[in-house]
Design a protein. Structure first.
Length: 434
């Protein structure tokens, strides 16, 4: 029998557990740990609430959690309640799948002013992440700025612009729905430090902006290279650029504007005690395709500024860390003897949910190749972990506990919504009678 601890219950953790369960069959016990009492990580707290079809992948993860030999161990924070070294004593291998939940910093003056928020915080707020339930983003000004040209920037801009009716069918949490309904924001500027050909936005997500009820996406055709230059792009990028250009042809009267401001590098944020404006430098592409400042600057008014410029994995004491990459130091997922990383903690914050499947399977295969199914059997595994946690007064949740929380959230759903998420750890635990 082999014992495995997968730390993190987002997509990377579940795909790895699935792959280990397939590779070892009855010869493995796999515990999927999470610091929260509830599973799914990015699926619950990161994927946009109006993208329910993407969230449906959790049904597949349910099947993994209900596989014989696989268990969910929630409410346990690795690094605080139990160390990685202790897990390595208890389990044959430990796989870190903790994602990249921290915002990268802009590194510009004024970044700490109230009103400047990282996307992990803002997304966490509307998705019911307990750490950000009290964020209370300022929505009383008329202008917001979203920094970055990736899919997270699109999520944030879209959520800021939607009407209450457009959230029908979503699981946006009640506090965010109410706040957004009362929002005064009329103009959302999306800033990219490079041009339309360099965006990291994907066609399906970009295309949604054309169909918004209240907001009109606006581009300046002067920012685009000649049409022929699109031929050099890969098919996905070409599609995205075509969608962007076509925004110019939308003839509709909508009360809000979503302005794509390309070649715009944030220099600093100014305001009297809170963010009021972003000072931006006009850029051009350098020889290597990077952004080079032109010296020309201008102001973008904004009392809410959300930076969507990427994420990093939090370091864990004793685990080698790559400061530049913001992830664990690893080679093809292997960090050290019996210690592995998967998903964003391995690769950095890139790729879709599906990218984590081959990633998790690859690491599981490497583990299976390094560790035959039969072991000397002297690791205590999950039973040992339970004993240790009990000594420390830590009470873990299991998958049946999650099912009870899930049922309570579904029962509390407003009309048309799949669930009303509880946004406080104590509410989850109270539902369990703890
Ligand atoms: P991303 O795709 O890497 O985009 C980050 C953006 O931030 C880039 O446009 C980058 O510009 C810009 N940026 C970085 N540093 C900057 C700075 N200092 N100043 C100004 N701009 C800066 O990251 P993401 O949007 O956070 O998304 C993370 C991953 O999740 C991606 O793989 C994404 O596709 C995925 N995702 C998918 C979905 C979906 O499928 N629906 C939704 C959300 C996220 P440069 O290119 O110039 O560096």
């Amino acid at each position: 029998m082999r014992h495995f601890a997968v730390v993190g219950s987002g997509p990377a953790g579940f795909y790895t557990a699935e792959a280990l369960a397939k590779a070892y069959g009855e010869q493995a016990r796999i515990d999927i740990l999470d610091r929260y009492p509830v599973p799914y990580g990015l699926i619950r707290f990161g994927v946009a609430p109006d993208h329910q079809s993407l969230k449906a992948v959790s049904k597949r993860y349910d099947k993994v959690a209900e596989t014989a030999g696989v268990g969910f161990v929630g409410n346990v924070c690795v690094g605080a309640d139990v160390s990685v070294d202790e897990l390595l004593d208890l389990y044959d291998a430990v796989i870190l799948a903790i994602g990249a939940p921290h915002d990268r910093k802009l590194g510009i003056p004024g970044e700490d002013l109230p009103g400047v928020i990282g996307s992990a915080e803002f997304v966490g707020w509307y998705n019911g992440h307990p750490d950000f339930a009290d964020l209370d983003p300022p929505l009383d000004g008329t202008h917001a700025a979203v920094i970055g040209n990736g899919n997270v920037a699109l999520d944030v801009a879209r959520i800021l612009s939607k009407t209450r009716e457009e959230f029908h069918g979503s699981d946006i949490v009640g506090h965010a729905l109410e706040a957004l309904e009362g929002s005064a924001i009329k103009t959302i500027t999306i800033l990219g430090r490079r041009g339309p050909h360099q965006i990291a936005m994907t066609p399906k997500e970009l295309g949604e902006l054309g169909h918004l009820e209240a907001a009109l996406p606006l581009v300046d055709l002067k920012d685009f290279p000649p049409h022929e230059a699109d031929d050099a792009l890969d098919p996905g990028q070409r599609k995205s650029v075509t969608i962007l250009r076509d925004f110019n042809d939308i003839r509709a009267n909508r009360p809000k504007s979503m302005i794509f401001d390309f070649f715009a590098k944030p220099l600093r944020i100014e305001g009297d005690g809170h963010a009021e404006r972003l000072i931006v430098e006009k850029t051009e592409l350098d020889e290597k395709g990077g952004a080079r400042g032109t010296g020309e600057t201008y102001d973008v008014p904004a009392s809410l500024i959300v930076s969507c410029i990427g994420y990093s994995t939090p370091p864990i004491a004793g685990v080698p860390y790559d400061d530049r990459g913001g992830k664990f130091l690893n080679e093809s997922g292997r960090i050290a003897e019996r210690l592995y990383a998967v998903g964003w903690a391995r690769r950095g914050p890139t790729g879709t949910i599906g990218t984590n499947r081959p990633d998790g399977y690859e690491v599981a295969e490497a583990i299976a190749a390094a560790m035959p199914a039969t072991s000397s059997g002297d690791r205590a595994g999950g039973e040992g972990l339970k004993r240790l946690l009990s000594e420390r007064g830590v009470k873990p949740t299991d998958f049946a506990d999650w099912r009870r929380i899930e049922a309570a959230e579904e029962a509390a759903a407003r009309t048309g919504s799949p669930r009303e998420k509880m946004v406080r750890v104590e509410h989850w635990l109270r539902t369990l009678g703890w």
